[in-house]
Design a protein around this ligand. Structure first.
Ligand code: CU
Length: 193
């Protein structure tokens, strides 16, 4: 009889864990619009056609956006010193200076061969803890959302467009919400003026 009771307890725990994982994991990793994918030539085309509203100052690691623009954001570039990096027009984690009321579509593209990433905008300044992304997932601090995009798969790059109109002047940040990534340096500053 004791054996049966033990078995029942183990089964009950298993049911609770499995049920909880079906509720918690989608909240953490899914529940957002699906991503699309593009190939290397499409990535190259986006990177090489800089909009007229965008000025790239490589020496200052700064990109100025004055007006509406579509901007590709590479996530996890393999040539970067750290795997926890963004790259925009050849600059790692650039400082974005955005003129007020510009509407910017960020095309988040995961170019990493190993890790999942996303790109969201937040008012929260660094330093970041390992679970900074949980704030956004719980409907908290992030101003935009993006699903976690999987690594490159046989030449197919997962991407997701997120559009934001910067109507408020101030200092903002872009981060990767994947646990520990922002903490390890996967973020950059946005100045809206
Ligand atoms: Cu990341």
């Amino acid at each position: 009889m004791d054996r049966v009771k033990k078995l029942l307890v183990v089964l009950a725990i298993a049911v609770v864990v499995v049920t909880a994982s079906f509720i918690v994991l989608p909240a953490f990793y899914g529940n957002r619009a699906a991503y699309s994918s593009m190939d290397q030539s499409e990535v190259n085309a986006l990177n090489s056609s800089i909009p007229s509203s965008v000025q790239v100052y490589t020496q200052n690691s700064t990109i100025v956006v004055d007006g509406n623009a579509v901007i590709p954001v590479e996530m996890g570039p393999m040539n970067a010193p750290s795997m926890y990096s963004f790259e925009i027009y050849g600059i790692i984690n650039p400082h974005l200076i955005i003129m007020k009321n510009s509407q910017v579509t960020f095309v988040g593209i995961n170019v990493d061969t190993d890790l999942s990433h996303n790109f969201v905008i937040t008012e929260q300044a660094p330093p970041y803890g390992p679970m900074i992304g949980m704030g956004g997932m719980m409907g908290g601090s992030s101003m935009t959302t993006m699903p976690f995009l999987p690594p490159v798969n046989h030449g197919s790059f997962a991407y997701y467009n997120t559009t934001y109109t910067f109507s408020t002047a101030g200092t903002f940040w872009y981060i990767c919400e994947y646990p520990q990534h922002a903490q390890n340096g996967m973020y950059g500053q946005i100045t809206v003026q």
